[in-house]
Design a protein around this ligand. Structure first.
Ligand code: ADP
Ligand code: MG
Length: 283
């Protein structure tokens, strides 16, 4: 679905005389491959280059060096831009900036309408997308009345209605409360499992990584770790050095393990933790 090869991105600042005053290497020789149907989480603290990477996948930015291929199409070729933007839909952090219409169902229909989809097909898509994120019963409501989590689900339905092959969430849960985050994550997981949509979930919430089947950790524009959630969560000290804190339950299991309690590496959930404690004969 996505193939990124030796990508470099530099932000160049110039003064009023067009002299270069500052260069930030936001992406520094990144190689990433995402298979169709995968759910990939991208982790990294602020400024590690996650949003810059996301913008490359949506052809909002173009490679300085290297290449980005989305569904076999090169983002450097300007003829591909619209197809790429349609096959890779983006959901951003602030739900309020992404909703434009005054009625939920109209907002979701806006994308396919812009693509020139026939009206009866639009309504079918609106219905399917709203149902798949659990927002169908709010279709006649004003988006203003919805919670943050509900608004993000409407934004996701709007992307879904354009039938993308891949959806990129750039810290789409960052402004939500725990309940809203859970709602969004459950909806996205379902889209991935049921509709087989490829998901790229950018986040700094470690506990959201458990939804993914592959995790990429970024630091200073580079991919510094890659693996399954369990592999990544087993590397507690290394993550700490990258200012990434593992979930409390993973940390607790790790500390107990260090004290000699025989637990497996990278415990991700409470259920798993309790099961492990029982089989270790601790409780
Ligand atoms: P993240 O999403 O992980 O927080 P970003 O991709 O937003 O990281 O930023 C990576 C680096 O690029 C940071 O050092 C940031 O300050 C810089 N940067 C991001 N956007 C711009 C921009 N428009 N102009 C100049 N520098 C930028
Ligand atoms: Mg960002």
């Amino acid at each position: 679905m996505i193939k990124i090869k030796n990508l470099v991105h530099e932000y160049i600042r110039r003064d009023e005389n067009d002299e270069v005053t500052d260069i930030t290497k936001a992406i520094d020789d990144v190689n990433i491959e995402v298979e169709k149907g995968q759910f990939v989480a991208i982790l990294g603290h602020n400024g590690s280059g996650k949003s810059t990477l996301a913008k490359h996948i949506n052809a909002l930015l173009y490679p300085g060096e290297g290449s980005v291929m989305v569904d076999g199409k090169d983002t450097r070729n300007t003829e591909n831009i619209w197809e790429i933007r349609q096959s890779a839909g983006m959901v951003f952090q602030n739900p309020d900036n992404q909703i434009i219409a005054t009625v939920v169902e109209e907002d979701v229909g806006f994308g396919p309408e812009n693509l020139g989809v026939a009206p009866e097909e639009i309504w079918q898509r609106v219905e399917n997308s709203l149902k798949s994120v659990g927002m169908w019963k709010y279709r006649k409501d004003s988006p203003n009345k919805l919670s943050g989590g509900q608004k993000q689900r409407v934004a996701i339905a709007g992307i879904m209605a354009m039938h993308p092959k891949c959806i990129i969430l750039d810290e789409a849960t960052a402004m939500l409360d725990p309940k809203g985050r859970l709602e969004v994550m459950e909806s996205v997981k379902k889209l991935n499992e049921v509709e087989k949509i490829t998901v790229l979930h950018i986040t700094h919430y470690m506990e959201e990584v458990i939804y993914a089947d592959h995790v990429i950790v970024m630091d200073q524009g580079k991919v510094v770790m890659e693996g399954s959630p369990r592999e990544i969560f087993s590397r507690v000290e290394e993550l700490g050095r990258l200012h990434l804190e593992v979930p409390k339950i993973t940390r607790l299991a790790y500390e107990l393990q260090k004290e000699g309690v025989p637990l497996k590496n990278g415990i991700l959930t409470e259920e798993e933790f309790i099961k492990e404690l029982k089989s270790a004969g601790v409780v």
